[in-house]
Design a protein around this ligand. Sequence first.
Ligand SMILES: Nc1nc2c(ncn2[C@@H]2O[C@H](COP(=O)(O)OP(=O)(O)O)[C@@H](O)[C@H]2O)c(=O)[nH]1
Ligand SMILES: [Mg+2]
Length: 224
Amino acid sequence: WKQSHDKDNTNRIKNSTENTSTICVSVCVFLQTILVGDSGVGKTSLLVQFDQGKFIPGSFSATVGIGFTNKVVTLDEVKVKLQIWDTAGQERFRSVTHAYYRDAHALLLLYDITNKSSFDNIRAWLTEIHEYTQSDVVIMLLGNKADMSSERAIRREEGERLAREYSVPFMETSAMTGVNVELAFTAVARELQQRSVQQPSEPRFQIHEYIDAQKEKSSCCRVF
Ligand SMILES: Nc1nc2c(ncn2[C@@H]2O[C@H](COP(=O)(O)OP(=O)(O)O)[C@@H](O)[C@H]2O)c(=O)[nH]1
Ligand SMILES: [Mg+2]
C-alpha cells in the first residue's frame, strides 16, 4: 500500500504521527477531521478560511491526494488539537482516502449550493463514509458558497431535509465571507471533546487498527 503512494504522502503520514506525540503533552484532546465532497465545492477554501481567516480566490490545484493542517482551538479551557485532512475529491483519489477514514473522529461533508450534482452526490458520499469510518464518527453536512445566493441551485430546506434523513447536523457556510466556518469546526470539536470526557479514547488501539488497515491493503489490492 505504501509503495503505491508518492513519497510526499508517506512523509506526511509520518509527520502526522510525530506531531501527535510532541504537541499533545499537556491536557489536550486530539481530533482527526477530514474534509470530503466533490471537487470544487470549496474544501480547501474552507480550511484556509478556518486556518488563516481569509479567502484566497481561485482553485487550489496544488491539492493532490491528501494533506493536513493542524489547528488548536480552546474549548472551555481545554485545548483541542484538530488535525484537518483535506482530500481531493477526484474519483481516482478516493481509494487513497479510505485508509484515512478509519482514523477519523469527524467528517465535514461539503456540497456547493450552486452545483446540483455536488448535492446529488452527497448520498453516495454518505454511503462510502458509513462503509469505511468508525461507527461513532461525527458527520456534519455543509452547504458551502452560501454567499452566491443569485446562483443558488439547492434550497437551504433541501440540505436540511437530507441532513435530517441521515441524522447529521447541517449548516450553510461560505469560505468567502467566513460565515459559519469557525462554527462548523468548533461544533464538531465540541461534540467530540464532550464524548472524550465521558469515554476516554484508547489511542494505542487506534494505531493498531490503522496499521491493520494498511496491512490489509498491501496484501489484497493495488490502489490505482
Ligand atoms: N463565492 C465563493 N466561492 C468559493 C467558496 N468556496 C470556494 N470557492 C471557490 O470555488 C472554487 C473551488 O474551491 P476549492 O477550495 O479549490 O474547492 P475544493 O476542490 O473542494 O478544494 C475556487 O474557485 C474557490 O475560490 C465560497 O464559499 N464562496
Ligand atoms: Mg481542494
